[in-house]
Design a protein around this ligand. Structure first.
Ligand SMILES: CC(=O)SCCNC(=O)CCNC(=O)[C@H](O)C(C)(C)COP(=O)(O)OP(=O)(O)OC[C@H]1O[C@@H](n2cnc3c(N)ncnc32)[C@H](O)[C@@H]1OP(=O)(O)O
Length: 432
C-alpha cells in the first residue's frame, strides 16, 4: 500500500466515475494528500472542514497510521489511529491504538470499506505490538463485529445548582483559582500524570498536542458558550491537588439568571479537593444549571448533596476496548485477587488470540503469567466480552448471567470475575 505517485489531482471539471463502477483502492496519507484527507474526514462526519486546525491535525495524525480508500485522487473513506497509552488496573500504561476518524463517504457506504479498513488496521496494530486498541463510537452498533467492547461508561449529570447543598459533614477547604491556560498547564500536567495512575481508562497526555486536544477551544467547538475556563484547587498546605475545566453558557432569553455551567473534566487527589471544586462550580453567580457530560461512573456528587435526586443522572457508553494481543494485555494489568484459570477466547479477526490461555496471578501484574494451554477451559468468551471486562468496569458475572460468557467449571466465573474487578471504575476523559 505505497502511495501512488501517478495519482495527480483531477482537473476541476472532471467528473469522477459512478460509484457502482468505481474500484476504490487503499492508500496511506502523505504530506501532499493530508488536507484533502482531513476534508474527507469532515465530510464523512457531515461536519464543516476547519482549516484553522490543520496545523494541530498535522501534529496529531501520523502518516503511517492514517489511511483510507481513494478513487483516483479523491478520498472516499478515512481511518486513523493515534499512538497512545491507556491506563489499566494497577497503575500501568499500556500502548494502545486510539482509533479515530473512521468514515465512509455516503455514496460508498455498505459495500465493505469499513470492514476492510478495520481488518487492515487491526493487523497493523498487532504488527506494532500494541496489546490494545480503543475508540469512541459515533454509533454504538458499528464496532462490536470487530471485537470492540464497551469497557468504560460515563455519566451525564445535570441539575439546578441551587438545589445542590452539601450534607453538613462534607469537608471543603483550601481555595480555588482560575488560571490562564499556560499557568494551568504548568501545574496540572504533572498532577494529571500522577492522578491518572489511579484511574484505569485514562490516557497519558505526554505531548503538547494531547493537551491541545484536552483543552481544545476553537470558537466552533464552544456551542455558543464562553471560552474554556481553567480552574485549580489549592490545598490548605498550598499544593495544587485538583483541577477542572468548564464553560459558561448564558441563557439570553431568560428574564432571571438561568445560565448553565458546562463542566468538561474534574480531577481531584482527595475528597476535600473534589468537594471544593464541585462547590465552586455549583456556586458560580448567574448560573442556575450545570451539566457534566463525561463524569466518571463512580462520581460521588450524589453522595455529597442533601437531595441526591436533584443530580439528574444518565448512564452512557464511552470508551470501547479491543484486545489485540490477549497474552500481552492480560499480563499488563493487575488483578484484585489471586487467580488460576483457563480462559478460552474466540476471535475471528485475529486468530493469534483464539484458543485457551492459562492466567495465573497473585494479583500484581508483575506476578502474572499468561500462557497457551491444551488444558480444558474453565471459562469461554469472545474477544468482545474480554475487552468489555478488561478495565474492570463491567462484571464478568453479569456477562455470564446474560449468557455472553460460558462457565465450564463451577465457580470459575465468580473467581475470575472477582480478580478482573477493580476498586476504581474506569473513566476516559480523553476524546480523540
Ligand atoms: C472511531 C470513530 O471514528 S467512530 C465514527 C464512525 N463514523 C461515522 O459515524 C461517520 C458516518 N458513517 C460512516 O461513515 C459509515 O456509515 C460507517 C463508517 C459507519 C460504515 O461504513 P461502511 O463502509 O458502510 O461499512 P461496511 O460496509 O464495511 O459494513 C460492515 C457491516 O457493518 C454494518 N454497519 C455499518 N455501519 C453501521 C451502523 N452505523 N450501524 C449498524 N451497523 C452498521 C453493515 O451493515 C455491515 O454489516 P454486515 O457485515 O452484517 O453486512
Amino acid at each position: 500500500m505505497s502511495p501512488d505517485p501517478t495519482v495527480s489531482p483531477a482537473a476541476p471539471g472532471v467528473v469522477p466515475p459512478a460509484p457502482h463502477l468505481a474500484e476504490p483502492s487503499m492508500d496511506h496519507v502523505t504530506a501532499a494528500s493530508f488536507e484533502d484527507w482531513m476534508k474527507a474526514v469532515a465530510r464523512g462526519f457531515q461536519e464543516e472542514h476547519h482549516p484553522e486546525t490543520l496545523a494541530l491535525d498535522r501534529e496529531v495524525f501520523e502518516d503511517d497510521r492514517s489511511f483510507g480508500f481513494r478513487v483516483g485522487d479523491r478520498w472516499v473513506s478515512t481511518c486513523g489511529a493515534l499512538t497512545r497509552e491507556l491506563g489499566v488496573p494497577g497503575g500501568f500504561s499500556v500502548p494502545t491504538a486510539a482509533v479515530t476518524v473512521v468514515t465512509v463517504h455516503p455514496p460508498y457506504r455498505r459495500r465493505g470499506l469499513l470492514s476492510a479498513m478495520m481488518r487492515h488496521q487491526l493487523e497493523d496494530v498487532a504488527r506494532r505490538g500494541e496489546p490494545l486498541a480503543a475508540l469512541w463510537a459515533s454509533e454504538s452498533l458499528i464496532y462490536g463485529r470487530f471485537g470492540y467492547g464497551p469497557a468504560v461508561s460515563r455519566l451525564q449529570l445535570r441539575g439546578r445548582t441551587r438545589s445542590l447543598d452539601f450534607l453538613p459533614g462534607v469537608r471543603t477547604g483550601g481555595s480555588v483559582d482560575e488560571l490562564t491556560r499556560e499557568q494551568f498547564l504548568t501545574v496540572v500536567r504533572p498532577l494529571h500524570e500522577r492522578l491518572r495512575r489511579d484511574r484505569p481508562g485514562t490516557m497519558a497526555r505526554p505531548a503538547d498536542h494531547s493537551w491541545e486536544f484536552a483543552l481544545f477551544d476553537q470558537p466552533f467547538a464552544r456551542d455558543g458558550a464562553t471560552e474554556l475556563r481553567h480552574v485549580v484547587h489549592w490545598s490548605e498546605a498550598g499544593e495544587v491537588d485538583g483541577f477542572a475545566t468548564y464553560r459558561f453558557k448564558e441563557d439570553q432569553t431568560a428574564t432571571e439568571p438561568d445560565s448553565e455551567v458546562r463542566i468538561n473534566e474534574l480531577w481531584a487527589e482527595d475528597p476535600v479537593a473534589h468537594a471544593t471544586l464541585w462547590r465552586y462550580l455549583l456556586d458560580l453567580d448567574l448560573a442556575r444549571r450545570f451539566r457534566a457530560r463525561n463524569a466518571p461512573s463512580d462520581e460521588l456528587l450524589r453522595l455529597l448533596v442533601h437531595d441526591a435526586r436533584a443530580v439528574g443522572t444518565e448512564v452512557l457508553d464511552a470508551l470501547y476496548v479491543r484486545v489485540v494481543d490477549v497474552a500481552a494485555a492480560l499480563r499488563a494489568r493487575s488483578y484484585a485477587a489471586p487467580l488460576d484459570v483457563v480462559i478460552e477466547v474466540a476471535d475471528d479477526l485475529l486468530p493469534a488470540n483464539a484458543g485457551r490461555w492459562r492466567v495465573r496471578t497473585d494479583g500484581p501484574a508483575e506476578s502474572t503469567t499468561v500462557e497457551r494451554t491444551d488444558d480444558p477451559a474453565d471459562v469461554a468468551l469472545g474477544v468482545l466480552e474480554l475487552g468489555t471486562v478488561y478495565l474492570g468496569g463491567v462484571r464478568l458475572a453479569d456477562l455470564h448471567r446474560v449468557g455472553r460468557v460460558t462457565e465450564h467449571t463451577p465457580g470459575a466465573v465468580a473467581a475470575a470475575g472477582t480478580a478482573f474487578s477493580w476498586h476504581r471504575a474506569p473513566w476516559c476523559p480523553d476524546f480523540f
